[in-house]
Design a protein around this ligand. Structure first.
Ligand SMILES: [Zn+2]
Length: 127
């Protein structure tokens, strides 16, 4: 189990007891280090740290990956989402009835479990 640091640029500035680390006589508040984090895709120890990151780097990140400059449109060509039902007939519950559902037309099309799990598999065309 490897440890990683919270990516919050000001994490060490939040003075909580669990952030105090170091040898006696040279203890400091330090960036939190954990095996996993709850926020921001497992990168931040708190919403505060996630927000600090966005406040500092958000504009740069948006410009880097592409700023939305015009409205996107939901049409029947890009409204497909994957769905499934729960089957409680056996012991416990299993997923069943994998399908595409069109969020606009409500049309349904069958889907295999493998296709459901394949994040790149979609019926959507365009964005
Ligand atoms: Zn943090």
């Amino acid at each position: 189990m490897s440890l990683k640091y919270c990516q919050g640029p000001k994490c060490y500035q939040y003075k909580t007891k669990d952030r105090i680390r170091g040898m006696k006589g040279s203890k400091t508040y330090q960036t939190r280090r954990r095996s996993s984090f709850y926020y921001g895709g497992d990168n931040f120890c708190s919403l505060n740290c996630q927000n600090d990151w966005f406040n500092k780097y958000g504009d740069l990140a948006i410009d880097h990956f592409g700023r939305t400059t015009e409205a996107k449109h939901l049409t029947q060509d890009n409204a497909w989402v994957k769905d499934y039902d729960w089957d409680y007939s056996g012991s416990g519950s299993t997923r069943t009835n994998w399908r595409f559902v069109n969020g606009l037309t409500k049309e349904q099309r069958p889907l295999t479990r493998e296709q459901y799990n394949d994040k790149s598999y979609t019926l959507n065309t365009g964005e």
